[in-house]
Design a protein around this ligand. Sequence first.
Ligand code: ADP
Ligand code: ZN
Ligand code: MG
Length: 495
Amino acid sequence: MEYETVIGLEVHVQLQTKSKMFCSCPADYQTAPANSNVCPVCLGLPGTLPVINRKAVEYTVTTGLALNCRIPEYSKFDRKNYPYPDLMKGYQISQFDLPLAVEGTLEIEVDGETKLVGIERVHLEEDVAKLQHVNPLGGASYSLVDVNRSGTPLMEIVSKPDMRSAEEARAYLTKLHSVVQYLGVSAANMQEGNFRCDANVSIRPKGATEYGTRTEVKNMNSLRSVYLAVNFEVERQRMIVEDGGKVVQETRGWVDDRNVTVSQRSKEQAHDYRYFPEPDLPPLVIAPAWVEEIRRQLPELASQRKIRFIEQYGLSEYDARLLTNSKAMADYYENVLGQKPLKGSTLEAFAKNVSNWMLGDLSRLLNLAGQEIREINESRVTPAHLAELVDLIDSGTLSVTMGKTVLEEAFASGDSPSKIVEEKGYSQISDSSAVESAVADAIEANPKAVEDYRSGKESAAGFLVGQVMKITRGQAKPDLVQKLVREKLESSKNG
Ligand code: ADP
Ligand code: ZN
Ligand code: MG
């Protein structure tokens, strides 16, 4: 029997507002000392009244529009009741049946094929406090509560069950992440929990029209874990079905260090949230004129920027896509291009060279740095440094080989390429007398190669060129070395 995978994703995005969702406390909970950004409203004291954060609504509408959603004129907040120590009021203000945005789409790309994934809804709610469970060796365990995060604005984006593989789920998250980042509505850092995903997964016999029973997987904090968790769940469900069993609808947690999902609670134990309209907040009327104003101000998104990069800078579609996947990368790129005037290079050549350095050596260095540097703008190589490096190569001061070394040093130290070149004496030797003496040394030290060349072995010349580059520590101009080695070999052949 062949099975088809069905996936729907729920993504929680922390909005980058100054204040919290329903009070004026600062929303920054990450750097503030524990329990310092707290007031009676977000502490859930009785008798207080929430006030809706306009910016959070604007951000949610912005996201809805970017996801091609319809923005209904009438929306409201509801109470979602459940008892848990991180929920200060005993209920969370969320949106139940009338969310801010509905019926959208997101275009994803897998293996060169594009596909539209439906967006069911985008709604607004509040985040909960942070619990820290402490289990001292030999002592009684206890939990600490930090209320700073309580009441910070949280946007939830719910997809239709339209994805059919872990690859599609990953592509959806990558694209959604890029949209949210480009819109500037969230820091959208997965590791820090600004962008959290729950995956609903089910399987059904290929060709079936009804969906199978789904499980919902939580606790994934990277694209990689979502990908692994979906595949694990598909395989687990397939084994149950093939054994004649039934998949139980339940919430499961992803265990990162074991690469498995484990049952957290089944439907029977599931909460009955007893949603009801939030009596302390008026219904939210979103004026169509405001929606249109937000629509007009939507920033350029990755797909549009990619097209502009191709047209404006003459980049290939492939390079333009890689450069615009992350906003930080695209901003960095345009920042490099906007640096000082270039010596003897056209904008198109410069644009291509900068792209090559960013996607090649600089990306490699960023990957090696791993978690330490998350985005290119955190790199010690500033856009001005990269522009300088490319310029040093274009103007012939540095060979490409030397350029790689200089980039590595700039990456490690944060020094400018010109300073590194000056201090280390790295500049390319174009003075032919210096190169000539290196060629003479190489020939003298390698009589065997010279003999080989004389007896017709052309590759021996290449070997000698390599030796000269070694003697000059890569600083000789390669074309000059080529020319001099050939001349010298030919004259020794004749002589
Ligand atoms: P809940 O609030 O209980 O999680 P929702 O109706 O909001 O329920 O659905 C949550 C997610 O589950 C949505 O993203 C939806 O696309 C997805 N989903 C619904 N049914 C299935 C299914 N059979 N298989 C996979 N995903 C599903
Ligand atoms: Zn507060
Ligand atoms: Mg759910």
